[in-house]
Structure formats: C-alpha cells, structure tokens
Ligand binder design. Structure first.
Ligand SMILES: Nc1ncnc2c1ncn2[C@@H]1O[C@H](COP(=O)(O)OP(=O)(O)OP(=O)(O)O)[C@@H](O)[C@H]1O
Ligand SMILES: [Mg+2]
Length: 243
C-alpha cells in the first residue's frame, strides 16, 4: 500500500491544561483520498486541521505528514490550508487579489493568479484580479481564499468550512473541482464542514468527531447509522434524498 499522506496516532490536543479538545484520535489519509470531517460545534474539527499544519502541538500521540513527524516537517508548500473564517483575516487589508495570490505562491511551478481564479470558478478573473480584497462579495472572497490554498499545487489540501458563503451552484462546482484535482493532481484532502448536503455529491469517506472519532466510514454507512444521527442531530435525510 502507498504511504499515508497524514497519520494521526492516538492524538490528544489541549488548549487549556487538563482539558482535552480532542482525545485519542487515530486515522490515516491515503493518497488521492478525500475525507470529510463532521461533528458538532466545538467537536474538534478545526483542531485536527490545526494539528496537521503544526499550529497546535499534541499533548499525546503523533501526527505525521508525508511520513514525517509534523514537528520536523518543513515542506509546507506541499500543503494547502484554508483556515476557518479565513475571509475575516484579510477583509480589511488594503491589498489587491493579484498581490494576495502572488504572495501566497512560493513555488515556481505554482498556478498563475488567473489560472487559480479560473479553477475556483471566478467568472471574470481579469476583473477580480485588480480588485481590492475588501471590495469582493463574500462568495468571491471565499473563492479567492480557496484559490490561495491551491496556488502551490498542493498534494494535501486542508479546508475548514470551505463552502460557507457559496451559493448552491458554487458548492456543486467546488465538489466537482475536488474530484478533478484528486484525479489530475493526485490531491488528498480533509474538509471540515457542516454542509452535509454538499458532501452527498461526492461519494467519499466521512469521519465524525466529537472529541474522539466516533465514526469513520462511507457516507452510505453514515446515513444508515441511525444512532449516530441521533448523537449528532445531523439532518442526514438530506443526504438520503439528495441524490
Ligand atoms: N485557541 C483556543 N483556546 C482555547 N480553547 C480552544 C481554542 N480553540 C479551540 N478551543 C476549544 O477546543 C474545542 C474544539 O474546538 P474546534 O474549534 O476544534 O471545534 P470545531 O469542531 O472546529 O467547531 P466549529 O464547528 O464550531 O468550527 C472547543 O471546546 C473549543 O472551545
Ligand atoms: Mg471549526
């Protein structure tokens, strides 16, 4: 079997001494695998993504990225990361979309800004490129943030709530894009979301997290697991009847 892209081995993370935000979480992400992280608010989805990019250190267990302990991993251009609420970091910055995307690109083989904007479904890439970040609509700003996470042609993509602000067409296009990049770039991805309806369009693996990982399996299995639906209060019928 090919080496895993991400390994969580019995990981616990604490922000406050004595309180574990996630406990004993173990999973592996393989090449070209797309995993959706579901779970209630405060369940630990963002914490898992932050642990992969080294923004929080485990108090127990090991996180490996491309086979390397995250503590010593340095090849960050191989990883695209869209933090939760990324738009709020940049909305007041007086820079243009072009400047932002150029600054995000650190490898020569990366995408040029127009290419990146086209990829994420921006209709008028030339026009948007010259706009100030804070003049963009919410949906376009979110798309630009997504474009920034893709400019280095990452092998691993970590997205925290990527579909907020996107309309239904935008969400569908985003799911198709993920599928395409999985094939064309060999991309692996972990996507934290509350958008259960969106993920029904891409048959894939789901991990449910509420401090610990409570479920790891296919969407179909999740839908058929009534007890789990009760635990989470998900409106899983959306998935059942969506497609
Ligand atoms: N910087 C921080 N300092 C202290 N506690 C934190 C911090 N960040 C997260 N936490 C706590 O860790 C737990 C997990 O939070 P996390 O943000 O990972 O959840 P989430 O599943 O992403 O939630 P949401 O769906 O609301 O985005 C929560 O109890 C949260 O309050
Ligand atoms: Mg979160």
């Amino acid at each position: 079997m090919a080496d895993p892209v991400v390994v969580f081995d019995n990981v616990a993370v604490s922000y406050v001494r004595g309180v574990e935000a996630i406990s004993n979480v173990s999973f592996r992400l393989g090449p070209r695998e797309v995993v959706f992280l579901l779970g209630p608010n405060g369940g630990g989805k963002s914490t898992i993504l932050k642990a992969i990019v080294g923004l929080v250190r485990p108090v127990r267990g090991v996180v490996r990225v491309f086979g390397v302990d995250v503590k010593s991993f340095r090849e960050w251009w191989r990883v695209g990361y869209l933090p939760q609420n990324a738009t709020t970091f940049f909305e007041r910055m007086p820079i243009s979309v072009s400047e932002f995307l150029r600054a995000s690109r650190v490898v020569r083989e990366g995408l040029d800004p127009i290419e990146a904007l086209q990829l994420v479904g921006i209709e008028d890439p030339e026009g948007v490129l010259g706009q100030r970040i804070h003049d963009l609509s919410g949906g376009n700003l979110q798309r630009v943030m997504l474009a920034a996470s893709l400019v280095n042609r990452p092998e691993l993509l970590l997205l925290d709530e990527p579909t907020v602000f996107l309309d239904q067409n935008g969400v569908a296009a985003f799911m198709q894009l993920l599928d395409r990049l999985r094939t064309e770039w060999g991309l692996s991805a972990i996507i934290a979301t509350h958008d259960v309806a969106a993920l029904s369009t891409l048959a894939s693996r789901v991990i449910c997290i509420n401090r610990g990982a409570l479920f790891d399996g296919s969407i179909t299995e999740l839908v058929n697991s009534e007890q789990l639906c009760n635990i989470y209060g998900f409106h899983v019928y959306l998935v059942k009847h969506g497609h």
